[in-house]
Design a protein around this ligand. Structure first.
Ligand code: COA
Length: 390
């Protein structure tokens, strides 16, 4: 039985800052950010947006088109959850007015949470082929103003419906994965800012890729020549390239050229949105599908997922007939183009205006959100969400 991604939706905040401006403010050569790291713009979320509102907005792109009574599982993969106990998935269920008869929970393993959700969904559909699963990968990447990781911040969500006989891409039963307890990136519960050993994390990402890719080749007998494209988890767009380049020398010049061209297309959205942690690999997939005419049904795509701490997984997907009919390239580009650009002081003010890590009541700016849902604020330590009537 084929199982995989039947629908895919995207949401990212309406505000962004240009990294050339951030570079100027931090006294850094802009080419370090734009060429060296590979980021041009960065989404900036107002405090009225979090993983719940962004995740619900991403799913809202297709929720009206699907039979919601068939959803048996709703998983939120995130490392920027809104509560240490209650899952954001339950709130998303209510905001999307989904039926009660489903399992809802949140998964955390750094940037691997989206893939963990997708694989749980795949197993669920294998056991219940008449049901579907909604997987949402949503995150806000925050390292701090003027920090080393500032250039790799971002915010957004990708929502995917997993079903039997999927219309976009299968998730093949060929996954290879490893886990190892390391400290390359983490976020203690008392802070909303991530900590990272940048160089070490980069090395580990590459090492995990090389390990799972070598095992994948052994297990399946496939080589790079079997892939029309390879998508990578993208904390910044240069990162996946560093891993891909370690595998390329084994391929012919034509295969190398093909994979490099597709890689470039897979990074177009990330360059403008930035790091969305759990959703980054799926943002790369969406960017590739919506920005190339070089793929066709039957093509096999590689998918490398990495979540610090750390888990690495490589699997493949096969594009399905008519998959382009279910994409929304023009809408996504229009939404990115329509965003409001912030000056660096405006970005810094938005960054610092956040829901407090304290018991205080808090109100968000009602005008700040263009998505379908917003956080109104916090009253007596309960977050208040609503549909955004603008
Ligand atoms: N023009 C062009 N390129 C330039 C440049 C310039 N003026 N100045 C620097 N660069 C290049 C460097 O050569 C380097 O390229 P390379 O990685 O191909 O060698 C790149 O820009 C980054 O420079 P570097 O000095 O290594 O940056 P940094 O010490 O500020 O670290 C990160 C960059 C990404 C590691 C850092 O931002 C970070 O810690 N990010 C968070 C951690 C993270 O995302 N880890 C991955 C998790 S999966």
């Amino acid at each position: 039985m084929k199982i995989g991604i039947d629908r895919i939706g995207l949401y990212s905040p309406h505000y962004y800052v240009a990294l050339a401006d951030v570079a100027a403010a931090r006294n850094v050569d802009p080419n370090k950010y734009i060429i060296g790291i590979g980021q041009t713009e960065q989404a900036v979320p107002p405090s009225a947006e979090d993983v719940v509102t962004m995740g619900a907005s991403a799913a809202n792109e297709f929720i009206g088109d699907i039979d919601t009574s068939k959803i048996g599982l709703l998983v939120l993969g995130t490392e920027t959850g809104i509560d240490a106990s209650k899952s954001g998935a339950v709130v998303i269920q209510r905001l999307l007015q989904l039926p009660m008869g489903m399992r809802t929970f949140e998964i955390k393993q750094a940037c691997y949470g989206g893939t963990a959700g997708l694989m749980a969904a795949r197993d669920y559909v294998a056991a219940h082929p008449d049901k579907t699963a909604l997987v949402i990968a949503a995150d806000i990447a925050r390292y701090g103003l003027a920090s080393g990781g500032e250039v790799t911040q971002g915010a957004g969500a990708v929502a995917m419906l997993v079903s039997a006989n999927p219309r976009i891409m299968t998730i093949e039963d060929d996954s290879v994965f490893i886990s190892k307890d390391i400290s390359d990136f983490w976020r203690p519960v008392y802070t909303d800012l991530a900590l990272a050993k940048g160089k070490y994390s980069t090395e580990q990402y590459i090492e995990f890729f090389q390990t799972v890719w070598a095992r994948y080749q052994q297990d399946t007998g496939r080589t790079l020549a079997d892939f029309a494209a390879a998508n990578f988890h993208l904390p910044y767009t240069k990162m996946g390239m560093k891993a891909l380049k370690t595998a390329l020398p084994a391929a012919s010049a034509a295969v190398q050229e093909r994979l490099l061209a597709r890689y470039h297309e897979s990074t177009i959205y990330s360059r403008r949105i930035g790091n969305i942690y759990t959703g980054s690999l799926y943002l790369a997939l969406l960017s590739l599908l919506e920005n190339t005419s070089a793929l066709k049904a039957g093509d096999r795509l590689g998918m490398f997922s990495y979540g610090s701490g750390a888990v690495g997984e490589f699997y493949s997907g096969v594009l399905q007939p008519g998959y382009t009919d279910l994409l929304a390239a023009a809408k996504h580009v229009q939404e990115l183009d329509a965003r409001t650009e912030l000056t660096v002081p405006e970005y810094e003010a938005m960054f610092n205006n956040k829901v407090p890590y304290a018991a205080d009541d808090y109100a968000t700016d009602p005008k700040a959100v263009v998505g379908a849902f917003r956080l109104e604020g916090v009253v007596k330590q309960e977050r208040q969400y609503r549909r955004n009537d603008k």
